[in-house]
Design a protein around this ligand. Structure first.
Ligand SMILES: NC(=O)c1ccc[n+]([C@@H]2O[C@H](COP(=O)([O-])OP(=O)(O)OC[C@H]3O[C@@H](n4cnc5c(N)ncnc54)[C@H](OP(=O)(O)O)[C@@H]3O)[C@@H](O)[C@H]2O)c1
Length: 254
């Protein structure tokens, strides 16, 4: 049964592997047998992730990449294909968040969130997708958020982009089938650098504990099973789906 979720002989391109959820995802995929191509801007941190994988006997390489740079995306995807021959799995994980009321948010700040959290995922999926279509195999996993399902004050660009990413996932599923699947994960609140201000906000933490069945913040390891499901052949008949992993936050009215 474990073979169903195996990543053996799979080459995975994972963006945002330098810290937070991406680092844990990289270790999870590497531990399941994949060669993990760790992409992001901070090479030193990517090297730490890659070393953590190789120390455990896995395979990993660093891919310096700013996902908002279209020319760099094209170049890196081409160079990966020539070096590794294939990309079996793409995990579009990199993302940013700005916190400001709409009336104080500049158009540039709104645009920057949408560029990094939606337009870049489109560019990477298009470049990798062309190659997956040719090879007739691929798994695309987009990391959205419960902010792709709900609205929330002060994060309009993020909310708009994460809703858009769920829509993009459905479009990728339609155009890339039958051999390439595209699914999304919508995590709830998981402790990382992205949400330090909320971790320090007592009122928010009380609300979070009441609105989750587990009465706690999520941990990066809570995403391991869902990620392996969508990245492996276990999900061969799932596509266009958004898997919500939020401890029940979007289903509980508390
Ligand atoms: N933590 C949560 O509670 C939560 C909940 C729902 C969804 N998510 C989503 O999960 C993903 C990871 O979040 P996280 O909490 O791990 O955040 P994080 O700790 O802030 O890490 C963000 C990652 O994205 C990378 N990144 C940002 N801009 C980039 C760019 N232009 N090019 C390449 N890489 C870039 C960063 O790497 P560099 O800075 O080194 O480039 C870093 O590795 C995000 O998409 C986030 O929206 C998180």
């Amino acid at each position: 049964m474990a073979d169903l979720f195996s990543m053996k002989n799979r080459v995975v391109l994972l963006t945002g592997a330098s810290r937070g959820l991406g680092r844990d995802m990289a270790l999870t995929l590497g531990g399941a047998g994949a060669t993990v191509l760790c992409a992001g801007r901070t090479v030193k941190e990517l090297e730490k992730t890659a070393r953590a994988i190789t120390r455990k006997g896995g395979r990993a390489h660093v891919v310096p990449l700013d996902i908002t740079d279209e020319a760099a995306v094209r170049e890196q995807v081409a160079s990966i294909i020539s070096r590794h021959r294939r990309i079996d799995v793409l995990v579009n994980n990199a993302g940013i968040i700005y916190r400001e009321a709409i009336v104080d948010t500049t158009t540039d700040a709104f645009r920057a969130a949408v560029e990094t959290d939606l337009v870049s995922q489109f560019m990477v999926a298009r470049e990798v997708g062309r190659h997956m279509l040719e090879r007739k195999y691929g798994r695309i996993v987009n990391i959205s958020s419960i902010m792709g399902i709900l609205g929330r004050a002060t994060v309009a660009g993020y909310v708009a982009a994460k809703h858009g990413l769920i829509g993009l996932t459905k479009s990728l599923a339609v155009e890339f089938g039958p051999h390439v699947t595209a699914n999304a994960i919508a995590p709830g609140y998981i402790r990382t650098e992205l949400n330090v201000p909320l971790q320090r906000n007592k009122e928010f933490c009380v609300m979070l504990e009441q609105r989750t069945a587990a009465h706690r913040w999520g941990k990066p390891e809570d995403l391991r099973g869902p990620l392996l499901l969508l990245a492996s052949d276990a999900s061969a008949y799932m596509t266009g789906h958004t898997l919500v992993v939020d401890g029940g936050m979007t289903t509980i009215l508390a």
